[in-house]
Design a protein around this ligand. Structure first.
Ligand code: ZN
Length: 401
């Protein structure tokens, strides 16, 4: 294991899509991601790994094992970023996996590094499209129909990606791996505060998102009587206030966010005819998650009149627990390596969520400075990067010997 090589590769990959402020903007299925694939391919093929892709635009780099009929072990993460992303979110997991697959002795089974398509969901929403298609959580036709802000569909962008690699073998969508391990920065403050370099992730908290459409009636701000108005902005204000009271302030663990609001026509002297907003709700306990979800939906229906309201669930992902046996194995390997480790819940979503139903799955977290992520300020210390990669390599070696 070469510490300097992994670190140098992280910094080299961060040059693709580099922002002037030290951050990275490398959108899913963009020319930057195609360049990033070329860079990964140059490193992988030099090490004897076999590249392949699938219809969902996931990239696989396989270290051939002694028995190629066995299901492969799968390790990795993603290489797309938020528009104001950093150098480590996703990239750390893919490059730590590449390092493990490159340096281990010949494995008993194939060992495959994966870079999932569109984890972030910033160009094409929602995210985790590659792992969702792989795990058959969402069908590919639906995914291909999604469009970015410029009107380009996932389907067209996927076809362009594949056209850039005409010789790359195409594998069928989805397979049952022997195991899946995803290393990632924590994106939260816990490990750094505890001074512990490794988190063994217990699970991912559940998440539900909605689109809510409030339909009122446009009118003249100077002439329309107040008692005749069906003002969509006022209905939004009532709904948001009640949601914050009934859910946001009702539970110290819940995370409740209205992150996007659009108003039509959004003119200073027109009573708003329509408001569309998005809700993001998260909770580690599935019963609590569903109870809060019901309260949010009731709040929208109760407070919308005299406007009409439609409430549509976009994502409904329960919390999941990672494989207990794999977590024990990670803890034991960390102890053997002399690296402090602690169990930790993932507050953010990851592709590993979709792999957990398919095979024993786990995640390794490393600290990131002040818990900052999705920001040019995102930073992980070289020693922690090395610790996460070492733990991955140790456990993968155990599982593939
Ligand atoms: Zn990520």
């Amino acid at each position: 294991m070469s510490e300097s090589r992994l670190w140098q590769r992280l910094m080299r990959l961060a040059e693709i899509g580099a922002r002037g402020d030290g951050g990275v903007d490398r959108q899913a299925l963009s020319p930057g991601e195609i360049d990033a694939w070329r860079l990964l391919l140059s490193w992988a093929t030099e090490a004897g790994l076999e590249p392949s892709t699938d219809a969902a635009g996931n990239l696989f780099l396989t270290r051939p094992g002694r028995d190629r009929a066995l299901p492969p072990g799968l390790i990795g993460s993603h290489i797309d970023t938020q528009p104001t992303g950093g150098k480590f979110d996703g990239a750390f997991g893919v490059l730590a996996a590449l390092e493990a697959a490159t340096t281990l002795p010949t494995p008993a089974r194939d060992l495959t590094v994966v870079a999932w398509m569109n984890e972030e969901g910033s160009r094409f929403a929602p995210g985790m499209m590659g792992s969702e298609a792989f795990a058959d959580v969402r069908d590919l036709a639906t995914i291909r129909a999604a469009r970015d802000a410029a009107g380009i569909s996932v389907g067209d962008a996927l076809d362009a990606l594949h056209a850039a690699f005409p010789d790359m073998p195409r594998r069928p969508l989805g397979f049952a791996p022997a195991f899946y391990i995803e290393p990632h920065i924590e994106q939260g403050p816990v490990l750094e505060a505890q001074g512990i370099p490794l988190g063994i992730v217990t699970g991912i908290q559940g998440k539900i998102t909605w689109e809510v459409v409030i339909d009122g009636e446009e009118g003249h701000a100077g002439t329309l009587d107040m008692d005749r108005r069906r003002d969509a902005v006022m209905a939004f204000a009532r709904i948001a206030t009640r949601m914050q009271r009934d859910v946001g302030e009702a539970d110290p663990i819940v995370k409740f966010t209205i992150g996007r609001v659009t108003v039509q026509p959004n003119a200073p002297s027109v009573v708003a005819g329509r408001v569309v907003f998005r809700i993001d709700l998260r909770h580690p306990d599935n019963a609590a998650l569903q109870a809060h979800a019901a309260r949010l939906e009731a709040a929208a229906l109760a407070e919308a009149p005299p406007c009409a309201v439609t409430v549509t669930r976009l994502v409904d992902a329960p919390s999941n627990d990672f494989d207990a046996g794999l977590r024990d194995r990670l803890a034991a390997a960390a102890a053997r390596l002399g690296l402090p480790a602690m169990p930790i819940l993932s507050a953010a979503g990851h592709d590993a969520r979709h792999l957990a139903p398919l095979c024993p799955a786990a995640m390794i977290f490393i600290p990131c400075r002040e818990g900052i992520s999705h920001s040019p300020e995102e930073w992980a210390e070289p020693d922690d990067v090395q610790a996460g990669a070492a733990l991955l390599a140790a456990v993968v070696e155990e599982l593939t010997t």
